[in-house]
Design a protein around this ligand. Sequence first.
Ligand SMILES: Cc1ncc(C[n+]2csc(CCOP(=O)(O)OP(=O)(O)O)c2C)c(N)n1
Ligand SMILES: [Mg+2]
Length: 340
Amino acid sequence: MPQATEAASKRRGKAKAPAISRDELQRAYRDMLLIRRFEEKAGQLYGMGLIGGFCHLYIGQEAVVVGMQMCLKPGDQVITSYRDHGHMLATGMEARGVMAELTGRIGGYSKGKGGSMHMFSREKGFYGGHGIVGAQVSLGNGLAFANWYRQDGRVAVTYFGEGASNQGQVFESLNLAALFKLPCIFIIENNKYGMGTSVDRASASRDLSQNGAPWGIPGEQVNGMDVAAVREAGERAVAHCRAGKGPYLLEMKTYRYRGHSMSDPAKYRTREEVQKMRETSDCIETARKALLDDFGVTEADLKVIDDEVKAIVQDSADFAQESPEPPESELMTDILVEAN
Ligand SMILES: Cc1ncc(C[n+]2csc(CCOP(=O)(O)OP(=O)(O)O)c2C)c(N)n1
Ligand SMILES: [Mg+2]
C-alpha cells in the first residue's frame, strides 16, 4: 500500500509526514467528513427550532476522534464531555440515533430524554456525553479501573477540554491512574478556548501535555489538525497502556470553528483568526489534498464518498423529524438501573 512520500512531507513543510496508507486516509477522510456534515445539519435543525437546549458542535476538531478511533479495538471504551456528537459517530454509533436524540424523539439513543449531552452505547463502548466540566475524567478512571481489575487488555480513552484540564478532580484522576497503573489515555482537546476564555488567560501551564509529569505520566503535544499525526501518537499511547505501563496523556492542539454552544457572542476572538485556521489547517482539506496529490485518488473517487456521507446525514435528519416524541409512559422509565 502506498505510504506518504518524502516529497509529500516536504511539500507539507515537515521533516517527515506520519505514515498512513491510502486506504486508511481515505477511510479517515470519510469519517471526518461525516462528522462535519452531521454537525452542519445539526446546526441547521437547531436554527429551525427542531433541536432545543444545549448543543455544542465539534466542527474543526474532527481529526482528533477519528485518528484516535483508528487505534482502538472493539471493547475499548470512550468517554467525553458535552461536545460529543463526533465521538459517538467515530465509535460507530448510528447517525440516525444521534440526530433523533438531538430532536428529542423516541428513536434517539436515550429515547429522546437525554438530548445532545447525554447519549450512550455500551455496544460501541461509548459512555457519554457529560455536562459537568471535568466529571467524565473521574468516570474514565472508573472504566480503566474495571479493565485493570479484569485484566482484559482493554483501554479507556478519556477526552476533555483544555478548560477542564485544570479542574481539581482531573489532577486527582491523574494521580490515581498513575498509582494503579490504569490503562487510561487522557486526551486534552486543546481548542484554545473554554466558554469564552482563552487558554493563555486561564492556564499557568503552557504545555498541557506535561500536566501528568508529577506522577510520571508520559505526555505528548500532537498536531490535532492532522489525522495521521493523531493516529501515530495514539498508537504509541495505546501500546503503552496495553503493555500494562499505566496511563498516557496526549494534548491535541486543535481548534473549533463554531461558537462554544449555539448562543455565543464570539467576542473573545477575531473572525480573521477563525478564517486563518480554516484556510491553513483544516483537517478535512489537508486529508483531501493529500489523497489527491500524494495517493492518486481522483476527484471522482472523493465525490463517491461525499455523496455517501450526504445521504447518511440527510437520512438521519429525515428520521429525526419523522420519529415520534416519547410517549408520556416514558416519563418515569430509565431513571434507575440496578447493577447485576
Ligand atoms: C463544573 C462546571 N463548571 C462550569 C460549567 C460551564 N461550562 C460549560 S463548558 C465550559 C468550558 C469548558 O471548556 P473546555 O474544557 O475547554 O471544553 P470545550 O468546550 O472547549 O470543548 C464551562 C465553563 C459546567 N458545565 N460545569
Ligand atoms: Mg476548550
